[in-house]
Design a protein. Structure first.
Length: 439
């Protein structure tokens, strides 16, 4: 019962109680809010224009909107994309239009603006255009994908960054001394506790403060003193909830990081990004498909076994799933990271694709057409065809490309790994054909 009475006057979460009231209390985003920086000047001068705050959770997007609300002389309307629809938008816009007619300004803050569909976002557009409202949107998703182009072009996008460990440690230290936090208590924490919580929070102030609050709540209370033991803290930071959205930008950022780490022959980085995705809940079959693609795109015939190992890893993922298949993916990722490099197959197909799409669709040369009917034989289909296996060198002097593409070279093998042997073979074939008058 003692522990309940201790917090009976602090029913709101610690993160809510410590929400900064002005810019002097705000932690992080120095690139935007440092002395003389553009966003700070706009806020201090009450000269806000339509803008979007884009950044990960817990970095201060909503807090900045609250600070603006406290400083501005305009009417400030708080709007949630989760609970509002077209009807609510129109009502707010009508209110804003009335304010404008009487010379007033209206700032509309839309939290999680990415949750609005196209029609809902379009409802804001005419009012932003004619200045009836100043729109401030907050989103964790890339606005390039989630906000309509017409609306986005009328807003300045400010990118908020994940808070540094130093930012979070300073914030946690303040929570222990601020009367709105635990300032009236004597809180004893294990050595390095604040640094551990800051690292665990992964740039998220809300997560850091929630973790600290949980640790203190689970500590041993003795009057006005709370002692948090190492085992109490360990329970609070035992597993990190990784930031990940299987359909959002982070999904593509991480798979790009894996692909480019393998391409750069960095198995350690590749394993790390693989673990980030798998532990955040990514479908292992998705990763396996990307690994199979990499095997042909970046290794190719420099090491044909790369494709075999990648396909085997895909099959292992299909058969046994997570968590067991993580080691199979790890094996494939390390193999590909250290395999010799060749992108000649990818380049060959890209060049051929371009010709296939842009050149005239010329007919297949008669010599390599099939002739299953009498009429087709009479028309010359297959005339002059030589079955390569019947020749001494297993090559025939036939024209296989259309006339307009004669001499085109799509596949240009490198001298990496086993592809050196394919390069030598191709050179021999080309010389043989030249000697025998092939086109």
């Amino acid at each position: 019962m003692e522990q309940q009475s201790f917090f009976e006057d602090s029913t709101r979460p610690l993160a809510a109680r410590l929400r900064p009231a002005d810019l002097n209390e705000f932690v992080g985003q120095e690139h935007l809010l440092g002395e003389g920086k553009v966003l700070r000047r706009l806020i201090e001068a009450d000269a806000i224009s339509s803008m979007i705050f884009w950044g990960p959770p817990g970095v201060g997007k909503t807090t900045l909107a609250r600070i603006i609300a406290g400083r501005t002389k305009a009417e400030f309307i708080d709007f949630s994309a989760v609970t509002s629809g077209i009807k609510e938008i129109r009502a707010v816009m009508q209110q804003a239009e009335n304010n404008r007619r009487f010379g007033g300004r209206t700032i509309v803050f839309v939290d999680e603006i990415h949750r609005f569909n196209k029609a809902q976002q379009d409802a804001f557009l005419p009012f932003v255009e004619k200045g009836s409202i100043v729109l401030i949107g907050a989103t964790t998703e890339n606005p390039s994908f989630e906000v309509n182009g017409a609306l986005l072009s009328r807003c300045k996008v400010f990118v908020l960054k994940a808070l540094s460990a130093e930012n979070l440690t300073a914030l946690l230290s303040r929570a222990l001394t601020d009367p709105r936090g635990f300032g009236r208590l004597k809180v004893s924490l294990p050595d390095g506790a604040l640094e551990a919580i800051a690292s665990f929070a992964d740039g998220d102030a809300r997560s850091a403060l929630s973790t600290l609050e949980m640790a203190v709540l689970n500590g041993s209370l003795d009057g006005e003193s709370v002692t948090v033991r190492p085992e109490d803290l360990e329970q609070c930071v035992s597993r990190k909830s990784l930031l990940y959205d299987k359909k959002g930008e982070e999904h593509y950022n991480l798979i790009s990081a894996l692909h480019k780490s393998m391409r750069n022959s960095d198995p350690d980085a590749a394993i790390y990004w693989l673990a980030r995705m798998l532990e955040a809940g990514e479908d292992p079959l998705y990763i396996a498909r990307r690994v199979v693609r990499f095997a042909a795109e970046d290794v190719g015939l420099a090491d044909p076994r790369a494709l075999e190992i990648s396909v085997a890893a895909y099959q292992a993922c299909h058969f046994i799933g997570m968590p067991e298949c993580s080691v199979h993916l790890c094996e494939a990722v390390v193999y590909l990271s250290l395999a010799p490099r060749s992108n000649s197959l990818d380049a060959a197909y890209a060049a051929a694709k371009k010709d296939a799409l842009t050149q005239l669709s010329e007919p297949v040369p008669l010599v390599i057409r099939n002739a299953p009917t009498k009429l087709m034989k009479e028309l010359g289909y297959g005339d002059g065809y030589v079955y390569a296996h019947d020749t001494e060198d297993k090559v025939a002097a036939m024209q296989c490309l259309p006339d307009s593409l004669l001499g085109r070279e799509y596949y240009r093998p490198t001298n990496q790994g086993l592809e050196e042997r394919f390069r030598e073979r191709l050179e021999w074939v080309k010389n043989w054909k030249k000697e025998h008058g092939a086109k």
